[in-house]
Design a protein around this ligand. Structure first.
Ligand SMILES: [Zn+2]
Length: 133
């Protein structure tokens, strides 16, 4: 289970809305499955159906997380028009099986859905997400 403080949860949805109709992407860092910080990254694909995190920004985020002794808990991205379930591309490009994938769906404009997954070689597991205060 991943715990996300409410302000970070809201910021993630705002990020998705800001980038829509393109996919947004970012990294959640923290300790012991509790998110402490969200890093917004640039989607260098500039696409509405896929994303690729800017490698330079990713490097900078990794350095910052290391400095603050945070782990990468999750990578998040948005699905501006589709359901919150990993796409074929998401599965193909899941490079970190130990890191959760969070998907923010804006399909229902008024009620965005946020889901967490573990994407393994053989299967996709739904992971529990708890919003904490
Ligand atoms: Zn996706």
């Amino acid at each position: 289970m991943i715990r996300i403080p409410k302000p970070i949860y809201i910021a993630m949805i705002e990020h998705a809305r800001k980038e829509s109709p393109l996919e947004c992407c970012g990294i959640l860092g923290g300790k012991e499955k509790t998110v402490e910080k969200a890093f917004e990254l640039r989607n260098v694909e500039g696409s509405s159906i896929r994303y690729l995190m800017s490698p330079q920004e990713q490097l900078r985020v990794f350095e910052e997380m290391e400095k603050e002794s945070m782990e990468m808990i999750a990578i998040y991205h948005s699905h501006p028009r589709t359901i919150p379930f990993p796409s074929e591309t998401d599965v193909k490009l899941a490079f970190y099986p130990e890191v959760s994938s969070i998907i923010i769906s804006l399909k229902e404009e008024k009620s965005p859905m946020v889901k967490a997954f573990r994407i393994g070689k053989e299967a996709i597991y739904l992971e529990e997400l708890e919003v904490v205060l």
